[in-house]
Design a protein around this ligand. Sequence first.
Ligand code: GDP
Ligand code: IMO
Ligand code: MG
Length: 427
Amino acid sequence: MKVDVLLGLQWGDEGKGKIVDVLTPDYDIVARFQGGPNAGHTLEFNNKKFILNTIPSGIFREGATNVIGNGVIIDPHILVNKEIKSLGTEADVRSSLIISKKAHLIIPSHKLLDFIYESHKRDQKIGSTLKGIGPTYTDKVARIGLRIGDIFNPDFAQRYQQLKEAHMRIANSYLIDYKDVKFDGMNFDEYEANWFNAVNELKNFRFENTEYYLNHALNNGKNILAEGAQGALLDIDFGSYPFVTSSNTTTAGVCSGLGIAPSKIDKVFGIFKAYCTRVGSGPFPTELFDKTGTKMQTIGNEFGSTTGRSRRCGWLDLPLLKYSSMLNGVTDLIMMKADVLNDFDEILVCNKYKVNNILTDETPFDLNEPIEAQYLKIKGWNSEIKSNHVPKELKNYMELIENETRLPISVLSYGPDRKATQILKPW
Ligand code: GDP
Ligand code: IMO
Ligand code: MG
């Protein structure tokens, strides 16, 4: 009947996995539309914790179908040997997962190229997760990539070899001996063998032209939740280029990444942390380099779910939040990790930038330009958030955000567990 969208408004890791899991009981289908194993979506319930990379976060809810759309890119080794294995008996992946035949394949030499390109960027490193994301999307656009549906073709091995050889010619031009590079602790040949085993295993899963599956489902009155990966500020077009990922992480990506028309999209849930984090390099106007930043990092456990890297922390940035909300057509905001600020006497929020001595609340062409963030100071709530109680000062903070963005904060999250969630304004 309708497609709702949930996506990140910052630099990723806003808590998408948790909230998709919370919302799934209202949906028949949860679908990922872009990104790949660079994503790490954490879910916690019944004292257990799971991290999903490629599989949609509806996988733990019985009755929901989970779709990996054509806009996603898949590394079979990560999907089969790591992700699915880590779920054990907690989810029936075989019966509730459908994979688009048109999703592109990350082959081992894509990871090799990612490593080579990143190591040659010297002080301009993006801080890529090194999962082969950039090179795989590059090949897709260059029209030389392999799609996962190709694994069923008799000439798959030959086409794989051709693409690998093209990559190796590039690798050789960088004078890199591929045998020296480690992938998941394995050398290239070992990784490739594991990758092929996973490809064979994957053949037992359900593949479809998911654009038909999803549109038929809509025509039959089903509800779909599209789950974003990364965040708007990592979008290839609108993010802090070149420190971005290689896909459209915004609502537009739902249409191209699932084969769903814009007219089918209803609610857009924009999810943000009560502060800001970023993992990897690139501009971050409200970044904190002092003990306040370290305090946020420690209390918020701000360490990457996929790579374990520490996340940079800073205050909430309203110019960027408004920009992301505009690009995505957000209808409802979801505020995450408010509990991390429980113990702060004073909370700062950036409401304007000073660029070339001019005050603005728009983001400049290049976020790398010298920007002076201007702040409002707010009294902290200095107390715990409980299931049916929002402290007065937190309410004030939320009202300020609502007034600035002109959007309702419909959900408040105050802990990693499914249960630590308040629905404030039903939609
Ligand atoms: P995603 O990539 O957007 O799904 O987010 P990640 O899973 O990478 O990172 C979010 C982290 O915050 C995870 O460790 C979650 O368990 C945790 N988390 C989610 N919501 C909350 C919250 O409201 N409070 C706290 N303290 N942690 C949260
Ligand atoms: P989720 O879905 C946070 C960042 C990387 C790097 C840049 C490019 O968990 O929110 P890539 O591997 O795509 O070439 O890396 O983007 N990045 C993320 N940061 N959360 C993510 O995903 C990310 N996916 C990529 O750190 O700076
Ligand atoms: Mg994450």
